[in-house]
Design a protein around this ligand. Structure first.
Ligand code: HEC
Length: 106
């Protein structure tokens, strides 16, 4: 059991090291945004779903803003259940790529 924890800790450190080097690539995000398009319409702003909830416009926000928002959902600082679920499924690279992609939109 102890070994497992040690491994996890190591993996955590490796993850952090990798995160520092990740540079967002908008091109790489092109297939990743498929899971965002239904709600955050592209280009611009559409409220396809959910009907009762205003979906914020994320195209054209700064990369840092998008990245921070997604991390806040991951950590549970922001509570919207759908976005929490989505953010939880994203890797650091996904977040960097998506942030690059949306920040380049007008
Ligand atoms: C099922 C609909 C849905 C999907 C799919 C979805 N979002 Fe969202 N998103 C929302 C809603 C609704 C909010 C506003 C939630 C809130 O108030 O916290 C939101 C908020 C956000 C925010 C914060 C924006 C702000 O101005 O505060 C970001 C960034 C974001 N989404 C990125 C994404 C990305 C990237 C994807 C794809 C990986 C995605 N979303 C997929 C519905 C969705």
């Amino acid at each position: 059991m102890k070994k497992l924890f040690a491994l996890c800790a190591l993996a955590g450190v490796a993850n952090l090291a990798a995160a520092a080097e990740i540079v967002g690539d908008a091109k790489r995000a092109e297939h990743k945004v498929e899971m965002c398009i239904g709600c955050h319409g592209i280009p611009g702003y559409k409220t396809a779903f959910p009907e009762v909830y205003q979906v914020p416009m994320i195209g054209g926000q700064t990369a840092k803003y998008i990245e921070n928002s997604l991390r806040a959902y991951q950590k549970g600082e922001r509570k919207h259940p759908t976005m929490r679920g989505i953010a939880a499924s994203l890797t650091d690279e996904d977040i960097a790529d998506l942030a690059a992609y949306y920040s380049q939109q007008k």
